[in-house]
Design a protein around this ligand. Structure first.
Ligand SMILES: O=C(O)c1ccc(O)c(O)c1
Ligand SMILES: [Mg+2]
Length: 610
């Protein structure tokens, strides 16, 4: 597709929080070309439609759609007369706004009758009135419409009505939520698709209206195949905007400027497979290079002591900053004790994660193209210029090359301490980094890691933890060398605060988790004790061989097994407020994270050494 044919980007004001002015300003700042004005947003505004139209023009936004107009078609004559009058008043508003298309959604009214001929006749009449004023009608099948609830049905009625000012509006949510096959869209001529609304959603088994009004997501954040859907629609010759229409309880109360950027990132990423060279491709990622923790004065010795007990060696000192490098095989932790302006919860935080990229500069360029803030980096003379961007929760993501021969490796910034390497304890590398996300940024984070780093999101899982429902979603590269687990409290947290407010942890790999746990205990590592009840339940559920069960119990090692394999893992106590470490062993290609065991771990962190 050439540049000239690239579709315009639109967003419905209903996606964003705030006053209409807040929403329009945010949409323009994020680079949208046009907006759908949601009626309630206009009704609540003190500004006249003409003034809003003027503001849109000043901001460089076209008003692509006025919506929704409800419960119009297939009604008795007296209701029709009232509906036509109502429509004329809205046409007045659209004229002032400078909007030429009105969305009419399929009726849910008890006044309506199940009669396609009548619906078509009345929509023809409405289109005639619209055309007289230079306007158009886009008819949308709501998934919960009383008689018309599929796109093919809306198209049959539009075809029957046969008016040049009447077309369909396709909304990916209404099509995909019902499991309709989008392939049928191919029979609709592109010029009869007057508008295209896009929304993703998580797979949920619930009433479709509730699902639509509360849980829609931006493309790439949910489970629908939006790229396939858009490809099909563009294949008809549709040349209107790709316009986001996302009703979401969290976005409704999020900073609109930030939500608009998230929205735009979703469209840029969505277009990538459709028009190819719009973004620099995501370079291959081949592992975790290091994880950086910021530590205050009190936490620094706690973390350093724990790393020592885990068998790590303090191998390097940063040449210009108060940063220690600790290593064991390919597992690396940086402890940064520079004073911080915005310390988060407690004395130790994960402030950066570094991934091995085959082309760090290209990784950063892609991040920038996807509207991620590239972080300024103060580098001393002859220090490696590390490329890094800020993830939605503020964690810095570094792209680097650690290999000995790699030019500009970050390791050159560290001078050796000369410390003798302690006998390792069998930790071999980093399996994953787990970050609790701020409530408002969970879906944004999933899209960030998916689009910017090119990682694949797994299905979200939810579990009931001692202090509330937790949702977890991991992202990983195809060969699972980079894994990041994102978690969030399912509901906004109240004041009944757990001891560990929003935990973060680094999970290391081991080829023998039980031997590792035994060795660490020997070295006095602060390991988390798991209650006996857990092992009784484990015996009942999964019946691990008796000897294994006894060993797990003895060393407080947790166990999981599913169709992909088995998992052995154990934890340290919380160190310095919210951070802890885990050691994991994956057997037979186990792909999960031991989510079944997470509530036990959370409770144990609440009651250390009960
Ligand atoms: O939930 C609704 O009512 C509603 C309104 C307008 C739309 O375009 C839509 O998809 C849903
Ligand atoms: Mg819609």
């Amino acid at each position: 597709m050439s540049t000239a044919e690239i579709p315009r980007h639109g967003i419905a004001t209903v996606c964003l929080s705030g006053t209409l002015e807040d929403k329009l300003t945010a949409a323009a700042a994020a680079g949208f070309d046009g907006v759908e004005i949601f009626e309630n947003d206009l009704v609540c505004s003190p500004a006249s439609p003409a003034r809003i139209g003027g503001l849109c023009a000043e901001l460089g936004l076209s008003v692509d759609l006025y919506q929704p107009f409800r419960d119009f078609e297939a009604v008795p004559p007296d209701v029709l007369a009232a509906n036509l009058r109502r429509a004329e008043r809205k046409f007045d508003v659209m004229e002032q706004l400078g909007a030429d298309t009105m969305l009419v959604c399929s009726t849910v009214s008890p006044d309506a009758v199940d009669d396609d001929d009548l619906a078509a006749e009345q929509l023809h009449l409405l289109a005639e009135r619209a055309a007289a004023r230079g306007l158009r009608i886009a008819y949308e099948a709501l998934a919960w419409g009383r008689f018309v609830d599929t796109y093919d049905h809306s198209w049959r009625i539009v075809r029957r009505a046969d008016h040049p000012a009447l077309g369909v509006c396709l909304d990916s949510f209404h099509v995909l939520s019902r499991g309709s096959d989008p392939a049928g869209i191919r029979v609709i001529p592109g010029e009869k698709i007057f508008f295209l609304q896009l929304a993703d959603a998580p797979k949920l088994h619930m009433d479709v209206l509730q699902w639509s009004r509360h849980h829609r997501l931006f493309p790439g954040q949910g489970s629908f195949d939006l790229a396939g859907f858009v490809g099909t629609v563009l294949g008809t010759g549709y040349a209107g905007p790709l316009s986001l229409e996302v009703f979401n309880d969290v976005f409704r109360q999020a900073d609109p400027r930030r939500a608009a950027v998230d929205a735009m990132r979703s469209l840029l990423a969505l277009r990538e497979p459709l028009d190819g060279d719009t973004l620099p491709p995501a370079p291959e990622l081949s592992g975790h290079a290091f994880t950086e923790l910021a530590v205050d004065e009190a936490a620094e010795p706690v973390l350093a002591g724990a790393l020592g007990a885990l068998g790590f060696t303090h191998t390097g000192r940063h040449r210009s900053k108060p940063v220690q490098l600790w290593e064991q095989r390919d597992a690396r932790i940086l402890l940064n004790s520079a004073p911080r302006e915005h310390a988060r919860d407690g004395g130790a935080d994960v402030t950066a994660l570094a991934v091995e990229s085959s082309d760090p500069v290209a990784s950063a360029r892609r991040a920038e193209s996807l509207l991620s803030p590239v972080l300024p980096r103060e580098t001393g003379a002859d220090e490696a210029a590390l490329s890094s961007v800020a993830a939605p929760d503020g964690t810095a993501v570094f792209f680097c090359r650690t290999g000995e021969a790699a030019p500009g490796s970050w390791r050159e910034d560290f001078s050796p301490t000369g410390n003798a390497t302690v006998a390792g304890t069998g930790i071999t590398g980093t399996d994953h980094v787990s970050l609790t996300q701020p409530f408002d940024n969970f879906d944004e984070a999933a899209l960030f890691y998916r689009s910017v780093l090119g990682l694949r999101p797994e299905q979200a899982t939810e579990f009931a933890a001692p202090f509330g429902l937790v949702r977890s979603r991991a992202v990983s590269d195809d060969s699972a060398r980079v894994r990041i687990a994102l978690t969030v409290a399912r509901l906004r947290r109240g004041d009944w605060a757990p001891r560990v407010p929003s935990p973060q942890h680094v999970a290391f790999t081991s080829d023998d988790a039980i031997a590792c746990a035994a060795a660490l205990r020997e070295r006095g590592a602060p390991l988390l004790e798991i209650p006996g009840n857990y092992y009784d339940d484990l015996d009942a559920r999964l019946a691990p061989p008796g000897e294994l069960l006894a060993t797990l119990r003895e060393h407080s090692v947790l166990y999981d097994r599913d169709e992909t394999g088995a998992f052995l893992h154990f934890y340290t106590d919380v160190l310095g407020g919210r951070v802890f470490f885990e050691v994991v062993q994956r057997l037979d290609g186990y792909t999960g994270y031991g989510a079944n065991n997470a509530p036990v771990r959370m409770a144990a962190h609440r009651h250390p050494h009960a």
